[in-house]
Ligand binder design. Structure first.
Ligand code: ATP
Ligand code: MG
Length: 262
């Protein structure tokens, strides 16, 4: 049986998508069949790994839309990527328009993602990662109701990203008390570390003091302009773009550490 991890932080731009895409790719190289669910209508992880020539027939929009007239099957919403063991369930910007109607008119809509994907994906993949938008709203609720565990990336260059962690932990508590009691918090990932900057060390120390060293991955991800460069090359990850870089190596190390928890 596979496991589903939600990747969330209320703050934007901390590295949720970079973390989801590159940890998934690193695990796929370790022969883990891995699926990314793009739960963000910004569709950044879709653009990152969906091959540029792929035509999206079905995606998260169709699975979440209660008024979908052309029902699609989950297996028809999953696409291959450049990496053999890495797959994507993509998203499109139109999904943002579902949020208000779902929240206002469909009382059980927090469970729609779980109902649409959980059984199929845990039976067909080793790891499934849900890339969340920078909110604490309906889509993030859906991810937490669908997931087995939560990982929270933070930006070492921004004290504000610590505030986004607290928001996710509070939301986790309410989801656990409601209908997903087994949901567990895995770790915080410290991203965008520049060891030359003392302010970064202060943010890291603050995170460890507030959340405990045991709750933080030992491996962090350095600041590297290659993570930005790879965004301009659709369908590629750090492993196809710059496999020998420090950034790629840091995700390999992180994947090794990640696997020790399972
Ligand atoms: N370690 C890193 N070094 C340098 N740049 C990085 C690093 N991690 C992420 N970035 C860059 O920072 C920006 C934000 O990263 P990313 O899109 O992964 O964040 P996010 O949390 O998913 O954002 P959003 O909240 O909008 O979904 C991107 O341009 C990305 O390339
Ligand atoms: Mg993102």
């Amino acid at each position: 049986m596979g496991l589903i991890g939600a990747v969330s932080n209320y703050k934007g731009g901390v590295g949720k998508t970079t973390f989801t895409v590159n940890l998934s790719a690193a695990l796929s190289y370790k022969n883990k069949k891995t699926l990314i669910i793009d739960n963000d209508p910004q569709a950044d992880s879709t653009r990152a790994v969906l091959p540029p020539d792929a035509r999206i027939e079905g995606c998260l929009y169709h699975l979440l839309n209660p008024e979908e007239t052309r029902p699609v099957e989950i297996k028809d919403c999953i696409y291959r990527t450049i990496h053999k063991n890495l797959f994507i369930l993509p998203n499109i910007s139109e999904t943002s328009g579902l949020e208000i109607p779902l929240a206002q008119n469909y009382p059980n809509s927090n469970l729609y993602l779980r109902k649409a994907v959980r059984e199929y994906v845990v039976n067909n993949y080793d790891f499934i990662f849900i890339d969340c938008p920078p909110t604490l709203s309906l889509f993030v609720n859906n991810a937490l109701y669908a997931a087995d565990f939560v990982m929270i990336p933070m930006d070492a260059g921004s004290g504000n990203s610590l505030e986004g962690i607290k928001g996710v932990l509070d939301l986790m508590d309410s989801v656990k008390k409601d209908k997903n009691p087994d949901l567990r918090f895995l770790k915080i990932l410290i991203n965008k570390v520049d060891k030359r900057k003392s302010a970064h060390q202060a943010v890291i120390d603050d995170a460890i003091e507030r959340f405990g060293a045991n709750n933080v991955f030992k491996n962090s991800i350095p600041t590297s302009s290659l993570f930005e460069s790879v965004e301009f090359v659709k369908g590629q990850t750090i492993f196809s773009f710059a496999q020998k870089s420090k950034g790629a190596q840091s995700f390999r190390n992180l994947a090794t550490e990640f696997l020790t928890f399972f």
